[in-house]
Ligand binder design. Sequence first.
Ligand code: AMP
Length: 542
Amino acid sequence: MAESTMMDVPLQIRRLLDHGAGLHGGSRIVTATDEGPRSVTFAETGERAARLAGALQALGISPGDRVATFMWNNAEHVEAYLAVPSMGAVVHPLNIRLFPEQIAFIANHANDRVVIVDNTLLAGFAKLLPSLKSVRHVIVCGPADRSVLEGSGVGIHDYDQLLAAAPAEFAWPDVDERTAAAMCYTSGTTGHPKGVVYSHRSIYLHALALPAPDVFGLSSGDLVLTVVPQFHVLGWGLPYAAFLTGSSLAMPGQYLTPEPLARFIAEARPNKGAGVPTVWAGLQQHLDDHPEVDVSSLTELVVGGAAVPPALLQAYDERGITMVHAWGMTEMSPLGTVARPPAHASGEDRTRYRLTQGRFVAPVEARLVGPTGDIVGWDGESVGEVEVRGPWITGSYYREDDDEHFGEGWLRTGDVGSITPDGYLKLTDRVKDVIKSGGEWISSVELEGHLMGHPAVAEAAVVGVPDDRWGERPLAAVVLREGQKAEPGELHEFLSNKVAAWQLPERWAVVDEIPKTSVGKFDKKIIRTAYTHDDLNVTTLG
Ligand code: AMP
């Protein structure tokens, strides 16, 4: 084989940092606060990242050590994203919404040495600290009563004081692009969380892919409202992509409920956004009730992490805001597919494409494996489990002998669906959520999508429950909009011209809310358990 003449320059986070802080030094990170948005430039972030690296080094952090964060989305969190990998250490955003025992399990499993904590999260963190075995230092961001941490035997520091005392420059090491740069744990609701370790190379390649027009379409003129938490798959990689393209970031901090989020949008005026459907659904309802809030800056919202309900897409269309549906997972950095319709599609065809999970983004490769283990064709009809491979897809879990999710060089995603000949993925379910009724599969996602199109329904979750005759049957749990009424019989009737009769749920429960996982997805396990324990008020239609 002939050798190429190309330079072998490693893809490193520190190059990405240099690029953003230098060439896009005027781009900004805008963070929501009680007193309105505050803003730092990428150039300032570059200097602060160097100071943070110096401070961490002075605390004894060396290449390969894990530095955790326990933070909202904000400018300091982005500084940690850039500084920690650039100095050769590994940034590990902890999911602040998990149960304390899970967080402790994760931090101990990852061997976190330092934790950077937001002051507003300090009280909860202080309770957790005694169970964090490997942590030697805690750095607190923002004014706080740090005495709650006293007696813990670890070093306690103030973030800004540490940075002020550190040199404004750092001699970044030349790390191998294949070494660890960051890690996240899956938010799975079954079993204990599993760790995924991203490399400099995987993060850099992923950051190069995000800005493409058919992907997230990011440019230096954008201000991107990053609602997806930085602890959820590295904020979908947006902070890194921002430093490559110069897109500014609008970080909502702890202001994630509809009212303050809407206010932040009105003040900061982002033109793009990224988040899970529940966040955008909450915002949509708030905007309906408060038409005076000015969100006219928004043009496009990326929605992923769970299937977008068709009615939500339509509601935003009516506001002149385009929702772009995307699919991925922690194991995939997370980008897998993005639903931009092909140029030839128009009218309803366009909408159909937009409601798929989207077209695979190179260099992600996919295949479908049917129930019998056969490879299933891409005909848009045949259904199988989606398997993927690529340079930003994990080939194993961190310190875990798991061969259930990996085989023949592919990652088994646990997602079930079909793929069209032109490469658009349409998910019908999770392997564990698909309802197996009398030898046929019923898609819970499809029923939920239809139900959430009913004017009285705010949210709907459909789960499979045991049934003597059919093995499993669908149970629909619905949350009604405030002041609205709808009887199960009416909802059943509403569904009846949308899906086949044998797919219609006979069991219905009207509930106050659908339980959510730590990252805002429906937690169906809790609904199933409530049903088994007779804790749901179920109406059964004859
Ligand atoms: P996480 O690792 O927490 O991001 O969860 C990944 C899982 O979320 C995927 O395997 C899917 O089951 C689900 N998911 C992500 N995006 C979508 C989407 N657009 N539509 C349906 N499910 C999705």
